[in-house]
Design a protein around this ligand. Structure first.
Ligand code: BES
Ligand code: MN
Ligand code: ZN
Length: 505
């Protein structure tokens, strides 16, 4: 991964491939953002005019390259647009900085080292810039280079953050936090991007085991035999058609001073073909992303451990491959779930809720203070909220609001969604306690209502449907690459931090 350090060096003397500066969109043209004073001075204070001559406006995401002024060791100045200049007395927001740093890091693919001289008002800004740069520099090329020249340029090698205070406790902590969170988030992206022939439930569980040992997290893996013995009919039913058996992974991070216990539950379908209710071509090419929820939970638990948060966090990864075969669950089959409830499977493509149901019930048995599940659960949520926003449902309105707020704080767009009671009867089954499908309209909410049935009595619970933002099929933007995005990781980490600080629940 890209290396990052806080540096007190002055821009002119810095040996680097480029100096990154910010440029805002002012009322009368581009405005050089704070942090770039040394560069502006070397241009005799005419940098804004130079940028305007080059066609820069300061629009968000815009990149303008110019030769560094005489006397600079770096050859290039890279100006990144920050969007509207803040009002008098206000600063650029954290998410603006995160995105700008991400855009700059991507524009510098192939470079060895860059100095970031972006506006940095406090420790939180240093953390945001670090996060944006480290997330933006991500690339996944593990499967490229069979023919050597097919390999793309290497990601930006090193970032020196200028304007931060390397000896200040808060600045140091903010950068340390950014390093831990982005490293785990980028690992989640790797897992999501790994093709499903190389990442089946067993392989995912092995990765989780290795990481857990490294970070002092207790790990338990239930394989097919153990799942059979325990009565996990949902996870087994979904995995029944695959040659690769399902797994339930439990990761327990505990802290001696913890007074609260959070459970995170992730949907981990390593490939979703739809099963016997097979998806048509055009709908299955990206379904390796269907374990994004489990990847997010895994990353968040490891990040919580690395940050030493004073909260107990249990992560549950419900791993299975959804495949059609002679041993696969059929539409019409009835599964006896871990909770004891029976489910009539009307559509084997509604598999996420089945594996989650068992994991939610297992999580509930420990009576945590709250459960949050994360899942690429429904196409309906993508239709409702688009490809960048996740939906938040909950059995507690205050908790739902707290999650939307936490997500907003870390720069993850989300939106509260309801659980309308009248949609429950659509899942009534003549044969079993409930069917795994209901009305088509409001399909994302129907899925949420199904999950709610498997949450233990009196436990605060929320459900994050990340089907839209989990996997970016378009071009990269801000600090978000093409492919696996690591959606929800930062929201979960923030929830753990807020809980540790006693600011949640
Ligand atoms: N994994 C899919 C949902 C999905 C769709 C994720 C698009 C990411 C992008 C899920 O298992 C699924 O197939 N859901 C069905 C449910 C339906 C059969 C009730 C859906 O949304 O169509
Ligand atoms: Mn499906
Ligand atoms: Zn699925």
């Amino acid at each position: 991964m890209t290396a990052l350090t806080l540096s007190t060096a002055a821009a002119p003397g810095l040996r680097a491939d480029a100096i990154v500066i910010g440029v805002g969109k002012g009322g009368k043209g581009p405005v050089v953002a704070p942090g770039a004073d040394a560069v502006d001075k070397a241009y005799d204070g005419r940098l804004a005019g130079v940028l305007e001559t080059l066609g820069a406006s300061g629009a968000e995401g815009e990149i303008t390259k110019l030769p560094a002024p005489a006397g600079f060791k770096a050859p290039l100045v890279l100006a990144v647009g920050l969007g509207a200049e803040p009002e008098e007395g206000e600063e650029y927001g954290a998410e603006v900085l995160r995105r700008a740093a991400g855009v700059a890091a991507r524009a510098l693919t192939g470079a060895k080292k860059a100095a970031f001289a972006l506006p940095l008002a406090d420790a939180a800004d240093a953390g945001a810039i670090a996060e944006g740069a480290l997330l933006g520099a991500y690339s996944f090329d593990a499967y490229k280079g069979g023919a050597k020249d097919a390999k793309g340029k290497a990601p930006l090698g090193e970032v020196a953050l200028l304007g931060g205070k390397p000896r200040d406790k808060e600045h140091k902590a903010a950068v340390e936090r950014a390093l831990a969170v982005t490293e785990e988030l980028n690992r989640a992206r790797d897992l999501i991007n790994t093709p499903p022939n190389d990442l089946d439930p067993e392989a995912f569980a092995a990765v989780a085991q290795t990481a857990a040992k490294e970070h002092g997290i207790k790990v338990e893996v239930l394989d097919e035999k153990a799942l059979e013995k325990g009565g996990y009919g949902g996870i087994l039913g979904v995995g029944a058609g695959s040659a690769a058996g399902p797994r339930l992974v439990k990761l327990s991070y505990t802290h001696a001073d913890a007074t609260k216990h959070l459970a995170f539950v992730g949907k981990g379908i390593t490939y979703d073909s739809g099963g016997i209710s097979l998806k048509p071509a055009g709908h299955n090419e990206t379904m390796k992303c269907d374990m994004s929820g489990a990847a997010a939970v895994f990353a968040a638990v490891v990040a919580a451990a690395r940050l030493g948060l004073a909260v107990n966090v249990t992560g549950w990864l419900a791993l299975a491959e959804n495949m059609p075969s002679g041993s696969a669950t059929r539409p019409g089959d009835v599964l006896r779930m871990y909770s004891g409830k029976t489910v009539e499977v009307l559509n084997t493509d509604a598999e996420g809720r089945l594996v989650l149901a068992d994991a939610l019930w297992a999580a509930s048995a420990e009576k945590p203070d709250a459960i949050v599940d994360v899942a690429t659960l429904t196409g309906a949520m993508v239709l409702a909220l688009g490809s960048r926003t996740f939906g938040v449902m909950a059995n507690d309105e205050a908790f739902r609001s707290a999650i939307v707020e936490a997500a907003d704080e870390v720069g993850e767009p989300s939106w509260p969604m309801p659980l309308p009671e009248h949609l429950r009867k659509g899942m009534d089954s003549p044969t079993a306690d409930i069917a795994n499908m209901g009305e088509r309209m409001g399909g994302g909410l129907v899925a949420g209502l199904f999950l709610r049935e498997f949450v233990g009595e009196g436990i605060t619970w929320a459900h994050l449907d990340i089907a839209g933002p989990a996997f970016n099929e378009g071009g990269p933007f801000g600090y978000t690459p093409k492919g696996g995005t690591g959606s929800a990781v930062r929201t979960l980490v923030r929830l753990a931090e807020l809980t540790a600080a006693g600011d949640l629940g």
